[in-house]
Every structure is written in structure tokens, then in C-alpha cells.
Design a protein around this ligand. Sequence first.
Ligand SMILES: Cc1cc2nc3c(=O)[nH]c(=O)nc-3n(C[C@H](O)[C@H](O)[C@H](O)COP(=O)(O)OP(=O)(O)OC[C@H]3O[C@@H](n4cnc5c(N)ncnc54)[C@H](O)[C@@H]3O)c2cc1C
Length: 281
Amino acid sequence: MRIHLSNGREVEAALLVAADGLRSAIRKRLLPGAEPRYAGYVAWRGMVDEAVLSAPVRERVFPHFVFDLPPHEQLVAYPIAGADNSVAPGRRRFNFVWYRPADERGALRDLLTDAEGRHWPEGIPPPRVRPEVLAAARHAAAEVLSPQCAEVIAKAANLFFQPIFDLESPRLAFGRVALLGDAAFVARPHCGMGVSKAADDASALAEALAGTAPVAEALQDYERRRQPEGTRIVAHARALGAYMQAQLQTAEERAMAERHRSPEAVMRETAMPITPGVAVD
Ligand SMILES: Cc1cc2nc3c(=O)[nH]c(=O)nc-3n(C[C@H](O)[C@H](O)[C@H](O)COP(=O)(O)OP(=O)(O)OC[C@H]3O[C@@H](n4cnc5c(N)ncnc54)[C@H](O)[C@@H]3O)c2cc1C
């Protein structure tokens, strides 16, 4: 197989693995119909140093995996290591993801437009987000979130957002070309599986190629193992995201929304006690 690179070089290869992410150029050529589909909401993200939190938030909120569930919005927050990878008390950070609906033609377009009026439909670089957009997000946090979570957002130095997409590929093997990781499937972040899914793809591909079958047959084997799994993960994450989805376009979305659209359902489906004897409350 001959591969033509954008810098003009040509490479001879027995196998091409397209692990080039959500906007995969290789997938676009092989599966032009498999485009990322906007989910109807964005995720505001950021981190706060444990040390800058007020004493009540540091003592009563920071140690936990926190859910805040205003209608059709969801915030999850949890402690992570500090900037120097420290897990020592006082040097850790609180990480949050706050999902908010944003209509594709109205609010989303505005969020993705920078100060010079340039629109970034595939995701705006964080430094280009307009200051008034950041100020509006902090203002909304104070209006809709609990005071503890609003404090976390107010103190986040690096507030940024990403639009949430679903991506499914009906095929992963094309002769001696394989799609892998986010190039093949992107699930909404609710199940936190992006990295492990890509690693499982890589491991399944290596196993399929370890046998004596020709490369094209090994890739068919890889596709049989990973395509249904990718479909299942994307569907599960989509169901978990139904709580945020303002516009329900298909019968499947409406059915999922009925099952997943209450705070109780979100907690039942997403949260689980990880310390024996400690209940989710
Ligand atoms: C803000 C954010 C937070 C996330 N948090 C989590 C999390 O907490 N846990 C989790 O499991 N997942 C998380 N994810 C998802 C996770 O990052 C992805 O699922 C994972 O990185 C997919 O790995 P990948 O190797 O398939 O693709 P990527 O990590 O996207 O890697 C693709 C690579 O291909 C390169 N590339 C693209 N085009 C070309 C080209 N034409 N030529 C050469 N190279 C190219 C890119 O530069 C990149 O290095 C998060 C994603 C985002 C955006």
C-alpha cells in the first residue's frame, strides 16, 4: 500500500492504522458519511487548587465525587492530583465538568465565535473564548448551581468548554486500513471511557495481527470484535446524556429521555458507592 502524506512524502506500508482522533482525515476519506454529530450541549471544564477553596467547601465537598443536577444540566466534580502530581492534602486540585445545553444555531454559534467574529465550528481554542462568554458562564453558575459548586467555577483559573459530539463508524476495516480510538467512535464523556476504549482497540488490533492470517483478514477479525463494542459504548453514553438534551430529535432519544431525565435516574445510572458501606447521597 502506498500512502501519500501532506508534506509530499510517500510511504510504502503493509498496514495503516488511523488513530488520528475525532476529526480523522483518513476516516473522512473512507467513511464520508460518518461525521461527528453535535449532542446539543457543551461541557464547561476546569480545575481549582484545593488551597484556594473556602474552608467549608474544602472540608465538606472537596473529598467527594460531587453531582449537582439543576434541570437539564449536570455538574460532576472530583479531587485529582495537584500541578506537581502531589496527592498531599492542601496540594491537590478539584476537577469539574459542567454540562449545559446550547442550541446549535444560536447559543453554540455564539460560544464558538471569537472576539474578531471568527466562527470555530469544530471547537474554539480556549484562549480565543471571548471574556464575556466566560463571565456569562460564571454568572450562570451562581444562578443555577449550588453555592459550593458556583464557588468552584468562580475560582477556576482555566475555565474552558468543549462541544459534545457522538461519532459512530459502521466499519473499522478497509482492506489493510484500520480505524481506531476516537477516529472510530467518540462517546460522550459521561462514562469516562475515551482512553480505555482506544487502548482496548489497540490491544484487540495487536491480538488480531499476532496470528498468521493475512493483514486484511486480521483487520476483519478486529472489526468483528470492536465495532459492536464501540456502538454499545456510544449508545450507553448517549443514554446517560439524555438528561441534558434539550432537543430530542429521534424516537430513540425521546425514549432514552423518559428513562434518564430525572436526577434520581442520573444518580442510579452514573453514581455508585466505591467505599464499602458508604451510600450515595
Ligand atoms: C477536554 C477533554 C477531556 C477528556 N477527558 C477524558 C478523561 O478524563 N478520561 C478519558 O478516558 N477520556 C477523556 N477524553 C477523551 C480522550 O482524550 C480521547 O478519547 C482519547 O484521547 C482518544 O485517543 P486517540 O488516540 O484515539 O485520539 P487522540 O488522543 O485525539 O489522538 C489523535 C492524534 O492524532 C494526531 N493527528 C490528527 N490528525 C492527524 C494527521 N492528519 N496526521 C498526523 N497526526 C494527526 C493528533 O495530533 C493526535 O495526537 C477527554 C477529551 C477531551 C477533549
